[in-house]
Design a binder for this molecule. Sequence first.
Ligand code: NAI
Ligand code: A1CAB
Length: 267
Amino acid sequence: MSIKLGIIGGGVMAEAILSRLLAQQIYDPNTVLISEPQQQRQEFLQAKYQVNVTSDNRSVTQSEVILLAIKPQVLSTVSGDLSELSSTTLMISILAGVPLKRLEEIFLNNPIIRVMPNTPATVGAAMTAIASGKHVQSHHLSLTKNIFCAIGEVVEVSESLMDAVTGLSGSGPAFVAMMIEALADGGVAAGLPRAIALPLALQTVLGTAQLIQTTGIHPAQLKDQVTSPGGTTIAGVAQLEKQGFRSAVIEAVYAAYKRSVELGQKS
Ligand SMILES: NC(=O)C1=CN([C@@H]2O[C@H](COP(=O)(O)OP(=O)(O)OC[C@H]3O[C@@H](n4cnc5c(N)ncnc54)[C@H](O)[C@@H]3O)[C@@H](O)[C@H]2O)C=CC1
Ligand SMILES: O=C(O)[C@@H]1CCC=N1
């Protein structure tokens, strides 16, 4: 069977996307080829997903679509392997920071779409932003949306916003996971067994996100609703403000954004 989806770099994010695409039957495993230098990782992906694997990036050059899922720092090494790339291959890059202009210098005539997904892809709850390069036609965009709609929500943005997207929704799962971990730690500090604290923390974050999403309520309004006069919540909110919680989150997203810009300049 011919290869429809070639993936270069079989790491964390490639697996998150792949697992969902296969589960949703967007691709048959026989039509997927992953190029990954680590033999242990190759064997793992082949055994778990029954996809084709290789350590030669040149083997994926005839794919209908290539998902570029390597670290931005190895882009120039990988680009040398792709000199025989078919000009009809759609390149989808998930590389943080790397601008379309840079990708178009490497893959001169190819349609290229810059995409920023996130790890909730694994459970079909990703947030993905998409920006199209100059050779992209409507069928390329439809194909890309079809892929990323299968892993969650999709939004089209101007490329100038992609580094900010990366700082927020690309890196965001790590920040939210730290919040969940810290909430559970707080529960443990207050005497809850860990096995109870973690599900409580998790459901609190999930339920709050669902409430805000379903009702469209502003987050500040929800905070006000929970905060009874002279009650427990305002005591906690006062501590969060004292410790610079909101400022810390703002600065985290901004630092991730700046790092994305920096990675693009180095690519
Ligand atoms: N991890 C995440 O949450 C997200 C990552 N991204 C982007 O996805 C890309 C990959 O990130 P991760 O999956 O986190 O990294 P990772 O380190 O888990 O995966 C990268 C993979 O590329 C392989 N690799 C290294 N050199 C290679 C080469 N010359 N040819 C082919 N494969 C090679 C590595 O062995 C590794 O398995 C990055 O560009 C990152 O900016 C984008 C959105 C979210
Ligand atoms: O940490 C990183 O560089 C990647 C990009 C967005 C999420 N992870």
